[in-house]
Design a binder for this molecule. Sequence first.
Ligand code: ADP
Ligand code: MG
Length: 722
Amino acid sequence: KASVMEGDKIEDEMLTESLEESKANFTLEKLKEERKTLPIYPYRDELLKAVRDHQVLIIVGETGSGKTTQIPQYLHEDGYTKVGKIGCTQPRRVAAMSVAARVSQEMGVKLGHEVGYSIRFEDCTSYKTVLKYMTDGMLLREFLGEPDLAGYSVIMVDEAHERTLSTDILFGLVKDVARFRPDLKLLISSATLDAEKFSDYFDSAPIFKIPGRRYPVEIHYTKAPEADYLDAAIVTALQIHVTQPPGDILVFLTGEEEIETAEEILKHRTRGLGTKIAELMICPIYANLPTDMQAKIFEPTPEGARKVVLATNIAETSLTIDGIKYVIDPGFCKMKSYNPHTGMESLLVTPISKASANQRAGRSGRTGPGKCFRLYTAYNYYHDLEDNTVPEIQRTNLVNVVLTLKSLGIHDLLNFDFMDPPPSEALLKALELLYALGALNKLGELTKVGRRMAEFPLDPMLSKMIVASDKYKCSEEIITIAAMLSIGNSIFYRPKDKQVHADTARMRFHEGNVGDHIALLKVYNDWKACDYGTMWCYENYVQVRSMRRARDIRDQLEGLLERVEIEPTSSLNDLEAIKKAITAGSLRMPSFCSLFLSFDELKDATSVNCLPDYLLTFAFATPASGFFPHSARLQKNASYGTVKHPQTVYLHPSSGLAQVEPLPRWVIYHELVLTTKEYMRQVTELKSEWLVEIAPHYYELKAVEDSGTKKVPKGKGHSAAT
Ligand code: ADP
Ligand code: MG
């Protein structure tokens, strides 16, 4: 009898299996049909011919026409993957992941096999992978290991109009590779029509246009400027929901926090609408959203309901969400800006450009006529918005890029083939910082420290801290701290109704006023001691998602330690050693330019042949201009002054040291953020005598003595100081 039962069970299983299989086949067939409906499909053969005929091709097509998902598949079907991989770069992590997932579905393969993606700290590819979606930053890193991109037969630089820093650098590098690898195909694709500029840059490469489908979009402006765009956006969304015919809504917001706030308010307000009003599904989308929740925005809206997608700029061109009929555009985005004088980088909410506004509006007219509600006046649009967004390369800190280019052996940075060159001042600043960190020598060549630093996909200060941990025998702790700092501000969870509990839990890690860096280390080590448990996270108001990410990052940093031959060593009982390594990462050595004896030496260092005169004047006249190290000294009223270049800053309220009495006299910090004031975030107390030990040149002994410490080791700092 038993055997009969067994037999039944097996048959049952087989039945389920074949059912699943036919279901999968059905989906695959459906997707195949869908592919044929995309605007790019009729141009498939023409496109393949153009690729065959030309080495470099500029491709232009509306968002949603199928560039990202289809072109790599077409090339795969045409045999390009027999000789190498097809790499497709994306400016955003979420886009790389989501598009790879979609393409693997369309091809009916498992994600990570034939189709994969690679983003910082996450490699979802295998030896089988032939279609590789990746962030532009990752392809830049691949150049370090494979400067001729030998593994690739095609490189598609996608979303080229975004002009991210990495994309701009890639332009120069791939253009160069294409010259000595005639077999490499290069596709530059963009959603905007200013393709001429790309074509000019790539030696008049032909432009392939994919005519899109675009339905008319009705633009509505507000009569007067809005005082609170977030509130206006929420009210508008609800009005559309209550008064307008079916169709999903897309709202552009500036970041994760804003999106979460909007989600909360919307949930609250829809509860009061009663049962007569259709259901409103709220779907947030931003870079750090967990993958399973990202999938929600692509799911079709159930009959009778309406979807409202709350998105960052990612939905402007990177991701296509079907079914959008209404767009709400408050007119802002978060943008990095950089002040080369002070070396300060800040993320600020900034008005978008006209080009962005038009892209946003276009999202509503993909499948039928749409409406776009601009939460600013028509006058604002025509008179206040810039035509185009300034490329990132012209408004960012270039340290990482310069380190990468130097490790690629590109010495002559001022003559690098930039599409739009960065300000020379910013380049010089980056060289100066790298010199100060010991990554470059006086001739501007990469040092051993610099070579090691370049291996880590981190902010140079964090890389420097890791390299320095070798000396202080605490690499285990330092990579934990680096991983935790890389997560940003999402470690602690502070629900509105339990703020007191959350703060108490957080302050436990600060016992002994160890400083924020060590507190982060304690958080990680406690979690690890509890077997990386989820319960532990709940009890301590720590975000489990962030911790898992920190763990992944730490694992990778551990692997990289081996690559640069740094022994895993631990000094858990010697917090001072750990703090010294942190300090070594935060400190910058004497100003680059002040050390140069002559113009010739500076010329050698930067390989500049035509450095403008005014720059030289700048370089020599103000050797330490705005070049402050990440350390600060207590002044009055809880304010701090940065050491070398006086600037007043404050402890961020979230710092464990903010409550300490008396406040530490000297601190080092991970970053400065500008909100209502200039705040230092992630702060650790520093013993002033370390400055003299770690960076004798930089700190005039007198300044340190002024702090009131009498323990300054005499003589240590003098020799190199002058
Ligand atoms: P483009 O790159 O030209 O903007 P894509 O290739 O990204 O266009 O998208 C083409 C179409 O593929 C979209 O209109 C959408 O229907 C579908 N699509 C893309 N990504 C996804 C996804 N992750 N989930 C579901 N559908 C998707
Ligand atoms: Mg695309």
